[in-house]
Structures are given as structure tokens and as C-alpha cells.
Design a protein around this ligand. Structure first.
Ligand SMILES: [Mg+2]
Length: 258
């Protein structure tokens, strides 16, 4: 049976040093680098073992918010399809964009370009006024403006929460979603999603039956593509798993008090 594994990257199969918790330096391996070539993210032995097992099991397809430039700074080797930019781009093994997906998604994305620029400028004003020191920009790829992202260069994630407290009232009520996990606050056109790209692949190029589909992801925003898969892998210490546990605890305490 053909097996496909849709694999989120950051905080699923590697992460920055401070998130490696108790893993000693000598057990970590560089998995992604900064533009200057220095190490940015690392795999633990468990992550390397998981990736190796997954690659033996079937075709591993990265599904990531990274754009092409930052994906090229990932040092893990993937040889098949790649889903980039929150699903806005599907790159074929030849390095070209999947033309059918590109034709479908590009006209819907480019409509949001000027709104993204407005949101970016507004967030920069808030950051300057409150001296938050955030790096805020519109991420573009394949000649499309895609989404706005705010990060703190030193990982002061409470600064992102301050930004969102001041910015959310002006946030467009329709047409966008917010991805907020750790040092990453993004505003993304709603027409872009990892789910819609995975759905396209499962109904189109990978539409073979029977097949086994596995998904792996750490963020709340990954849940919607994971639910398309037969099975999901969620890192134990992740935003998605913490949320599932919190919801379970709330239900348990409610049922105890009834
Ligand atoms: Mg992730």
C-alpha cells in the first residue's frame, strides 16, 4: 500500500536550541541554519529516528509555513513534493510549482496583497509606539505577497502578545486567520491553508487507493490538515497537545462538578 506522510517541520521534526529542553549539546544535530550559515534549529536523537522510520515507511512530504528561501536553509533531505507557505505553493520534485494548484490559488492570494501591506504598516506603528522591538514583514514567495509575520529577534514572546492586544481590534473580521505559536504571530489570507493544499494532493496527484496517510504537526493550525489523515503524530510537548490536554481537563472537571 502506498504511504504518504505529511510532515510539519518547525517544532515537529526540529526546533531552536532553547526548546530542546534537556537534550545535551552533543546529542543535537543541526537541522536548519540562519541566512549567515550559523545553526538555528536542531534535531534530537528521537526526531532523527522518527524521520528515518517515516522515510522507510513511505513518501515524506514537508508541509510548512516556510517560504522557498527558508526551506532551502533546512538541512534535512526531502526528495518528493513539498508544501510551502502555509499551503500557497506546492513544489514538484523537479523544483517547479504544481501548475494546477498554482492556477487555482494564485488569483485568490494576490487579491490580499494591499491589505497585507496595510496590516504590516499598522503593526509596525504599534511596535514603534510601544517600543516592542519586533521584526514585522510581509513574506513573499514565487512573486506573491503571502502573509504578515511578526517575530521578536531575541525571542521575547510576550512582546508579540502585547502587539496582538493592541492590534486585534483593527483586525479584518473576514478573509484572514491568525497563526500564533511561540515567537511567531502571522496573519494569513484564509484562502491559504495547509489543509487545502493537502486536500488538493489527496484528491488529485496522490488519489490512489488503498493508501495510508499519516500527518505530523505541533500547532493548532496544523489540526485541520491532520484531520484529513488516517493517523496523526503530535509531539508530546507542543501547542496542539497542550490544548488537547487542557480541553480534556476542563471536561473532566466539569463532569466531576455535575
Ligand atoms: Mg510547526
Amino acid at each position: 500500500m502506498d504511504t504518504y506522510i505529511f510532515l510539519d517541520l518547525d517544532d515537529t521534526i526540529f526546533q531552536t536550541r532553547h526548546k530542546c529542553l534537556t537534550t545535551p549539546d552533543e546529542q543535537l544535530a543541526t537541522a536548519a541554519i540562519h541566512p549567515d550559515g550559523s545553526s538555528l534549529s536542531y534535531t534530537t536523537p528521537q526526531q532523527r529516528e522518527l524521520l528515518s522510520q517515516l522515510q522507510m515507511l513511505g513518501t515524506v512530504i514537508p508541509v510548512t509555513a516556510r517560504n522557498l528561501e527558508s526551506f532551502r536553509r533546512v538541512q534535512l533531505v526531502f526528495s518528493d513534493l513539498v508544501v510551502l507557505d502555509f499551503g500557497a505553493a506546492i513544489v514538484l520534485p523537479t523544483g517547479e510549482l504544481d501548475p494546477i494548484w498554482d492556477n487555482q490559488i494564485r488569483p485568490r492570494i494576490v487579491e490580499h496583497g494591499s491589505q497585507l501591506e496595510d496590516i504590516c504598516q499598522y503593526w509596525k506603528q504599534i511596535s514603534d509606539r510601544l517600543a516592542l522591538g519586533l521584526r514585522i514583514r510581509v513574506i513573499s514567495d514565487f512573486e506573491m505577497p503571502l502573509y504578515v509575520v511578526a517575530k521578536h529577534p531575541d525571542g521575547q514572546i510576550e512582546r508579540l502578545q502585547e502587539l496582538w492586544q493592541h492590534a486585534h481590534a483593527e483586525f479584518p473580521s473576514e478573509g484572514f486567520f491568525v497563526h500564533h505559536n511561540d515567537n511567531n504571530l502571522s496573519v494569513v489570507p484564509a484562502c491559504m491553508s495547509k489543509r487545502s493544499a493537502v486536500e488538493y494532493l489527496l484528491n488529485g496527484p496522490l488519489n490512489e487507493h488503498p493508501r495510508l496517510v499519516i500527518g505530523a504537526g505541533d500547532s493548532l493550525s496544523d489540526a485541520e490538515f491532520l484531520s484529513l489523515c488516517d493517523f496523526s503524530l503530535i509531539p508530546g510537548n507542543s501547542q496542539l497537545m497542550r490544548t488537547l490536554n487542557q480541553q480534556y481537563e476542563v471536561r473532566r472537571s466539569r463532569s466531576r462538578s455535575q
